[in-house]
Design a protein around this ligand. Structure first.
Ligand code: 26Q
Length: 824
């Protein structure tokens, strides 16, 4: 279609199309799929017609990919996740298929702007944050590496809530992302499976006189598959994410019906479709509702029927199951798969328990994503036993056999039996899902080195002692296709022009940038790209927050879920400190800053929501203080999500990664910032430590206590946040200003919980104990920013040394070390 060098095999196909062919394909989709007159179509119609056009390309490749797997009989990987935070697909598909630029050109000739059309797409926000986005990055890498893999999840009708800021407070609105339908999915009404709940367990003797178990008098709903296709980069591979949607079963409740209660019989059916209605909006805090458990089981039961259907096409029994299939559990959310698989093998397929257990352990791998004990999932025995009575029995049996082994290894250690039991005894009996997942898997992995170390030595120490080889680390990664190539075309282009494009599939190639960090001319080009990106973000901030910011100031950014452990509040304390310094004329030599926040708080998380209000209140005061001007501006960008993130990372100078050491499992935003040339100010937590190792201590700003120091401080009753407040006048001034109503129009009650929390010697996140070092470190940041050539040099070196953090590397490690799947 034009004379550019094609990026990949698809491009050749695309090139063979004439412009006329292309227009007629678009018109065809307008007419037949959308029922629209192409002459009167708007950008949304065009977006959809484009998406359908791309889907045509994908589906052919997908069928070929699937046939290839089937013929070669390769081991398959199933990635089970209750969350996939995909974001938008149009731009990403065009890039992976290799004809983004060509398509943009054709559209331009038609009088359309591809970037504008892309804005028509709603984000698929089927996840909360890091864990869900990681799953999405993994799919991109799996497809790109050609691994026979499937993502399995739930097709929530409402994704993560839409956030608005009203009078500084977070308000939640439903995310009705399917309002106009999504062009990316294929419904599969033929892939429909029943899922059972409730009922009771009955024993009986079969015709051979063997004692068997069945689960009867259940209620049933149906799971229907929807496939979303995921193309690899520049290869012919297309894999799929199969998302389940709940459908009422055809069976009507005959009881009600016969009693003449037709309406209530139908009502019950309709009710059952609520199972896949909405994503639970909390991350890292427990939400133990019945509906959540039903979602988890719904997902797992449908997925396993599908996995077994595929397996049975080629195999008689289950002997080779674990050699042919690997199932990865994304946290414990799908861990009910362990008793479900045992139930199928033992009750339905008559496999003896020991044999079944061996298959089960051989099949599953479990990834943990949290360090906070209170975030570990547990289900009340009462609830689990009511909804899934047979599964509870199986869990008890797994536990009985496991504790027998523990007792044999450590005779007389009743304390250990209690500690390691899958059943927590008090205050109410609960099933510890993480323990179930550890016992039922051959691999348990953490998501960064420190996280894995802490799993082994603290959270799951007993289990690591018991199963020493079972624990391993797979440091998280991100896909450079979305998080550099797509989101930062300016920088991606400069890099490719300088060192070639190999980095897109081998991020280690970025190392070749290192020598250019010393060239003034290259640094200027680099800085220019950043400034252009900052101008675009400034426009977004003006549009979304009504705040005018100067693109020549340092963009200091913290975007992530709002959580006490992530310490957005520590950042606010720094902002207020800067404010007082500027307003009082105490600081004349630090560079002007624009401090940007973004992130959602779980709707039920009071403290996190109050922190959002504080950020907005502080912003309002500072942004309207004429003494301050451009020297300090604060903006809270509403509705942070994948698409907003794609605009923020490329425009950031400073990345705030300031969690209390030992609380953030890994973090992945930290990697996205660095890959886009931001410098990090961070604690020795999660993957920050590995970023430090890669970029070198001189290219990152590290402050604060180590995990060991945090541990010691928490155990020391004399540690005193209050002393910091009392002895440091600047800290005192900052806290007092929050407490005395300076940011709340004189209301001293509003932020009192925040001030009290900070001064409390039991503050688990130890903000005041890290504050002075943070303020010191921020001064260093400011000083370096004034030395622009040096700052840019470090920015280039950060990017050059990000190779390790590609999710391609992460997935290769999972494939080789957990799944036993060959990968080149
Ligand atoms: C559990 C039960 C009921 C309802 C919700 C949940 C739930 C949902 C989501 C619990 C946790 C989550 C998400 C956790 C998460 O995103 N963790 C992050 O995972 C990233 C990828 O590994 C890490 O980088 C982050 O450090 C970690 O916080």
């Amino acid at each position: 279609m034009n004379d550019k060098i094609p990026q990949g095999p698809y491009c050749a196909v695309f090139k063979s199309l004439t412009k006329k062919d292309f227009l007629s394909t678009i018109n065809h989709h307008m007419l037949s799929f959308l029922g629209r007159d192409p002459q009167r179509a708007g950008s949304r119609d065009l977006y959809k017609a484009l998406a359908y056009t791309i889907r045509d390309f994908l589906v052919e490749r997908w069928i070929a990919t699937q046939k290839g797997y089937y013929a070669k009989g390769k081991k398959r990987v199933y990635y089970l996740s209750l969350e996939f935070l995909i974001g938008r697909s149009l731009g990403n598909s065009l890039i992976n298929l290799g004809f983004y630029d060509e398509m943009a050109g054709v559209l331009q000739e038609m009088g359309y702007d591809l970037e504008e059309i892309r804005e028509e797409e709603d984000d698929a926000a089927l996840g909360n944050g890091g864990l869900g986005r990681l799953a999405a990055c993994f799919l991109d890498s799996l497809a790109t590496l050609g691994i026979p893999a499937y993502g399995y999840g739930i097709r929530y009708e409402y994704g993560l809530f839409y956030q608005r800021i009203v009078d500084g407070f977070q308000m939640e609105y439903p995310d009705n992302w399917l309002r106009y339908g999504t062009p990316w999915e294929f419904e599969r009404p033929q892939n429909l499976y029943p899922v059972k709940y409730y009922g009771r367990v009955q024993r009986y003797r079969n015709n051979k006189g063997e004692l068997r178990t069945e689960w009867i008098e259940t209620k049933e709903i149906m799971a229907m598959a929807c496939d979303v296709l995921v193309p690899g980069f520049n290869n012919d591979n297309v894999i799929n994410m199969r998302l389940w949607t709940a459908k009422a079963s055809r069976e009507i409740d005959l009881g009600s019906f016969n009693r003449g209660n037709y309406i209530s019989a139908v009502q019950e059916k309709v009710q059952s479709e609520t199972i896949s209605k909405v994503l639970y909006p909390s991350d890292d805090i427990r939400e133990g509702q019945e509906l959540r458990l039903k979602q988890q089981y719904f997902f797992v039961a449908a997925t396993f029927q599908d996995i077994l259907r595929r397996h049975k096409k080629k195999h008689e029994g289950f002997d080779s199951f674990a050699d042919e299939i690997a199932v990865q559990l994304n946290d414990t959310h799908p861990a009910i798969a362990i008793p479900e698989f045992m139930r199928i093998l033992v009750d339905e397929e008559s496999v003896p328990w020991d044999k079944a257990w061996q298959i089960c352990v051989g099949t599953f791998g479990y990834t943990n994503h949290t360090l906070m004990p209170e975030a570990l999932e547990t289900w009340p025995v009462e609830l689990l036993g009511r909804v899934l009575p047979r599964h509870l029995e199986i869990i008890y049996e797994i536990n009985r056999r496991f504790l027998e082994l523990v007792a044999a290894r450590y005779p007389g250690r009743d304390d250990l039996l209690r500690e390691m039991s899958i059943i927590e005894e008090s205050p109410v009996k609960r099933v510890r899902m993480a323990y179930l997942a550890i016992v039922g898997s051959h691999s348990v992995n953490g998501v960064a080195e420190l996280h894995t170390h802490l799993l082994k030595t603290r959270l799951f120490k007993n289990f690591h002692d018991f199963y020493p080889g079972r624990f391993n680390c797979k440091t998280n990664g991100i896909t450079q296709r979305r998080w550099l190539l797509k989101c930062n075309p300016g920088l991606a282009g400069l890099i490719t022009d300088t060192i070639g494009g190999e980095w897109v599939t081998n991020l280690d190639y970025l190392r070749n940038l290192e020598p250019y960090a010393e060239q003034a001319k290259f640094r200027q080009k680099w800085a220019k790209v950043k400034t252009e990106n900052k101008k675009r973000l400034a426009a977004l901030i003006k549009q979304e927050c009504g705040v005018v910011v100067n693109p020549n100031t340092m963009f200091d950014v913290q975007v992530k879920r709002i959580h006490e452990y992530k310490r957005q509040l520590l950042n606010v304390l720094h902002v207020i400190t800067l404010y007082h310094r500027i307003a009082n004329g105490e600081d004349t030599d630090s560079p002007p800053r624009t401090v940007v926040f973004g992130g959602k708080a779980a709707p039920s998380y009071f403290k996190a929501k109050l922190i959002i209000k504080l950020i907005n209140s502080v912003a309002e005061v500072i942004n309207n203080d004429s003494r301050v001007g451009d020297r300090l501006k604060v903006a809270f960008i509403p509705n942070y999500g994948v698409s907003v993130a794609e605009k923020i990372f490329p425009a950031s100078d400073l990345s705030e990664q300031i969690s209390t050491a030992g609380t953030e499992a890994s973090g992945t935003g930290n990697m996205k910032f660095s890959l886009n040339g931001a410098l990090t100010i961070g604690t020795l937590d999660g993957a920050n430590i590995e970023i430090l190792e890669e970029v070198g201590a001189e290219n990152i700003f590290i402050f604060g206590m180590t995990t060991e120091e945090v541990e010691a401080a928490r155990q020391n009753p004399d540690h005193n946040a209050f002393t910091v407040y009392r002895d440091n006048p600047e800290v005192k001034r900052t806290l007092d200003s929050i407490g005395n109503g300076s940011f709340s129009r004189g209301d001293t009650a509003l932020f009192a919980p925040i001030v009290e929390g900070l001064l409390n010697s039991n503050d688990p996140y130890l903000l005041l104990l890290d504050l002075e070092d943070y303020l010191r470190c921020q001064k260093e940041v400011g000083a370096l920013y004034l030395d622009q050539p040096n700052w840019i040099r470090k920015s280039i070196l950060n990017v050059a040394r990000m190779g390790k953090f590609s999710s391609d590397r992460t997935i290769r490690e999972y494939a080789r070390e957990i799944w036993g799947v060959p990968v080149d």
